[in-house]
Design a protein around this ligand. Structure first.
Ligand code: CP
Ligand code: NVA
Length: 310
């Protein structure tokens, strides 16, 4: 399988392609602001199925495909019955005969991998237990809009669980020469294999990976503080236990005071106000970029569609 024909993990795309995609996203954003819509995907369709809930991803892929002149089709995973009603292989082979691409949110990363392996159309990972590449591209766009094209030497400090979003942001940082800092309670770090995969890129591009178990140590040199839920979709059973560990890992005014004065905050959303981030930070739109990043999901994903659908 040629992994560059899909977006299964950001790791599969090189820095040049990531930057090119972000440039397309910035151009598409300007076009939308000028009410310019293209017809490049006229007659084209993407099939979308989401095993987990979504507001941003499900809306932006549908709006984005429509703005490009194509049509999204929302499929119900329960109705499809993956591995119950039929095999992933047969689902991929049939869908490939009808749609020009697939956008899939799932639990196991292996599902997007298998759909790509067995089908003949591009597969886009719209979040799995392991990765969220579309979120990372939207952050890349947001940071380039803020700091300019060369992000080398910038530092993303992720305050929270070493989860799917953290994994994809770490890859973004490694590929673009940024530093990635994780602050989490002991035992909630990213898997060592995920970190090791990024090390050659950190080394080559001049960035570094660090992990702290005290959030105060992590923010001193940050350009962006990143927040996400402590309890990801599918982990609801661990909610009470996780909350006790994560209480000190809240982004609030006190923590922000320890960061450089130019430092901004963002969140992939949905946010649990009062838990991983306070109302005070969420409502401070001078420093909180999360709604800009949410808007950029639309543009970044349209750019991904332009890169993959032919
Ligand atoms: N950030 C994000 O992916 O949001 P949704 O879960 O609402 O799609
Ligand atoms: N880490 C979160 C991201 C939500 C967009 C989750 O997987 O639920």
């Amino acid at each position: 399988m040629d992994r560059t024909k899909h977006l299964l993990r950001l790791q599969d795309w090189d820095a040049q392609r990531i930057l090119e995609t972000i440039n397309i996203a910035i151009r598409l954003k300007e076009e939308v602001k000028s009410n310019l819509y293209s017809n490049r995907f006229a007659g084209r369709t993407i099939g979308m199925f989401f095993e987990k809930p979504s507001l941003r991803t499900i809306t932006t892929f549908q709006v984005g495909m429509h703005q490009l002149g194509g049509m999204p089709i929302l499929l119900d995973p329960k109705s499809i019955g993956i591995n119950q009603r039929e095999s992933v292989q047969d689902i991929a082979l049939c869908l490939s005969r009808w749609v020009n691409g697939l956008v899939v949110r799932c639990f196991k990363q292996s599902l997007v991998e298998q759909l790509a392996e067995h089908g003949n159309v591009p597969v886009i990972n719209a979040l799995s237990d392991d990765y969220h590449p579309c979120q990372a591209l939207a952050l890349g766009q947001t940071m380039i809009e803020l700091y300019g094209t060369d992000l080398r030497g910038k530092t993303i400090a992720f305050i929270g669980d070493g989860n799917n979003v953290a994994n994809s942001l770490m890859v973004l940082a490694a590929k673009l020469g940024m530093n990635f800092t994780l602050a989490c309670p002991k035992g909630f770090e990213q898997k060592n294999e995920e970190i090791q995969v990024c090390q050659p890129d950190f080394k080559k591009n001049g960035g570094k990976y660090r992990v702290f178990n005290n959030p105060k140590d992590a923010v001193a040199d940050a350009d962006i503080l990143y927040s996400d839920t402590w309890v990801s979709m599918g982990q609801e059973g661990q909610k009470d236990e996780k909350k006790t560990h994560f209480l000190p890992f809240q982004i609030n005014d006190e923590l922000l005071k320890l960061a450089p004065s130019h430092c901004k905050v963002t969140h992939c959303l949905p946010a649990n106000r009062g838990e991983e981030i306070t109302d005070s930070i969420m409502n401070n739109l001078q420093i909180n970029l999360c709604y800009e990043e949410a808007e950029n999901r639309l543009h970044a994903q349209k750019a991904v569609l332009c890169q993959l659908l032919h």
